[in-house]
Design a protein around this ligand. Structure first.
Ligand SMILES: [Cu+2]
Length: 164
């Protein structure tokens, strides 16, 4: 390999290293969010979690008179775009179908800034949205549930996002 070729290779390798080192240098949030919101017709596929009895992210939460359970696909969550699904039931165990649900995402060991993703109703009290986890590590999702004429209810879920 010529000296010139070696130098060129070094520059390429160095650029690759710099590109993979930072949190925000790859797939910035600002790029991911508009993409997710620009595809309203491509509804996220709900996880078959609830029906299949698959493990939720840390179990159900009681918040006000609601029970909120969070599932992810894949499970466990992995870096990149995952589908989160909240299952919301009322005090009688009936699905809450008239809510507006959103997921407030961030890491717990560092902040990546505000990132709130709207979830769309899937029926039967299930609400699904796309979450972009730009890094593996400790994340939390605050699930926000707003029903007509009632204060917004929130439930927090902490979990690990795997590299792959
Ligand atoms: Cu991070």
């Amino acid at each position: 390999m010529s000296r010139h070729a070696k130098q060129a290779l070094f520059v390429i390798l160095a650029a690759a290293l710099v590109g993979s080192a930072g949190c925000t240098s790859e797939s910035p949030l600002s790029a991911a969010l508009p993409q997710a919101q620009a595809q309203p017709t491509q509804a996220p596929q709900p996880t078959p979690a609830a029906a299949a009895g698959r493990a939720s992210l840390g179990g159900a939460r009681q918040a006000a008179d609601l029970t909120i359970t969070l599932y992810s696909a894949p499970n466990p969550p992995t870096r990149g775009t995952d589908v989160l699904e909240a299952v919301v039931t009322d005090a009688q165990g009936q699905p809450v179908t008239d809510a507006q649900v959103a997921f407030d995402l961030d890491m717990t060991n560092m902040s990546h800034g505000k990132n709130v993703v709207a979830a769309s109703p899937q029926g039967d009290g299930r609400y699904a949205g796309r979450a972009f986890f730009m890094m593996p590590g400790p994340w939390r999702v605050i699930t926000l549930v707003a029903r007509p004429g009632q204060p917004t209810v929130q439930a927090r879920f902490d979990f690990q996002v795997k590299l792959r």
